[in-house]
Design a protein around this ligand. Structure first.
Ligand SMILES: O=P(O)(O)OC[C@H]1O[C@](O)(COP(=O)(O)O)[C@@H](O)[C@@H]1O
Ligand SMILES: [Mg+2]
Ligand SMILES: [Mg+2]
Length: 278
């Protein structure tokens, strides 16, 4: 596992440099989800593939920017699913973006996750590794990742990050979000799942939701690359992640690019979601 973390750190340094100095424009390609890829989406994907190709324990990889799985090492143990540049549509407005990694053993089901990692490219570069617990590191001026702290969620938080187009929410979802705001929660939503979920983790708790809506009935966020890794992080930090009713980590996609509605948060907020969606 350490070799994989080291490859992610090398990738993070290279991607940070690309974000700072490369062309921020769109390419002419469309990915499996139907999004037009930025040149930076493609470059970040290539950087990660190059770094993972050096790691013998990785059997295969699949990313948000690849149509199909890519085999790396026949004798490898782990399958890695990743979103090379999450929130990339925020690059043009210079907001924080991220990379997300799920390290699976035995196929890309939630139950097969062995570790999850994400990187935040903000004013500083931070790396979070969830295995037994959740550890946060920050890149120093020599490009080394220095341990900062272990992240633990409180039972109840203060932040609310409601995703998707509100016009398309179900009435019960609107009632839930309104009730949470009525209880004093503050709105914190940038449109980048990495910084939005990172903020809730670091500020002690709250709720991030991306529900089923009339325009995206199966949600927008992708299981293998985005939702499973963050569900793992939230559970290891003492929180919960559900699709409304079921634990996210009990789900299995039938296609690599499958999406699911998702709710991540501390215990108290997730209990409210369960009551609403029961
Ligand atoms: O603008 P919306 O519909 O709330 O969606 C925001 C979500 O879309 C995403 O940007 C999707 O990720 P990509 O940039 O990797 O496609 C998430 O980071 C974010 O949580
Ligand atoms: Mg993404
Ligand atoms: Mg992406």
């Amino acid at each position: 596992m350490t070799e994989i973390y080291e490859a992610i750190k090398r990738s993070a340094k290279r991607i940070k440099e690309a974000i700072e100095f490369d062309d921020t424009g769109y390419s002419e390609n469309i990915n499996a989800t139907g999004d037009t890829q930025l040149k930076l989406d493609i470059k970040s994907d290539q950087i990660i593939e190059e770094e993972f190709a050096k790691v013998a324990s990785i059997k295969e990889i699949i990313s948000e920017e690849k149509e199909e799985k890519t085999s790396l090492h026949v004798n490898g143990i782990y399958d890695v699913g990743y979103d090379p540049l999450d929130g990339s549509s925020l690059i043009d407005v210079n907001l924080s973006v991220g990379s997300i990694f799920g390290i699976y053993e035995g196929g890309y089901a939630g139950a097969n996750l062995k570790a999850a990692v994400y990187v935040v490219y903000g004013p500083r570069v931070e790396l979070v590794i969830a295995e037994k617990d959740v550890k946060m590191y920050r890149m120093n001026k020599n490009g080394e990742f220095v341990f900062i702290k272990t992240i633990e969620l409180k039972e109840k938080g203060k932040l609310n990050a409601p995703g998707s187009t509100q016009q398309c929410w179900e009435p019960k979802h609107k009632a839930l979000i309104d009730a949470i705001f009525a209880d004093g929660y503050r709105l914190r939503y940038s449109g980048g799942m990495v910084p939005d979920l990172h903020q809730i983790l670091l500020k002690g708790g709250g709720l991030f939701s991306y529900p089923a809506t009339s325009d995206v009935p199966k949600g927008k966020l992708r299981m293998i690359f985005e939702v499973f890794p963050f569900a793992f992080v939230y559970e290891k930090a003492g929180g919960e992640a559900i699709d409304g009713k079921q634990r996210i980590l009990e789900l299995s996609p039938s296609h690599p690019h499958d999406t699911t509605p998702c709710f991540f948060g501390s215990k108290v907020e997730i209990e409210r979601v369960k009551q609403c969606y029961a």
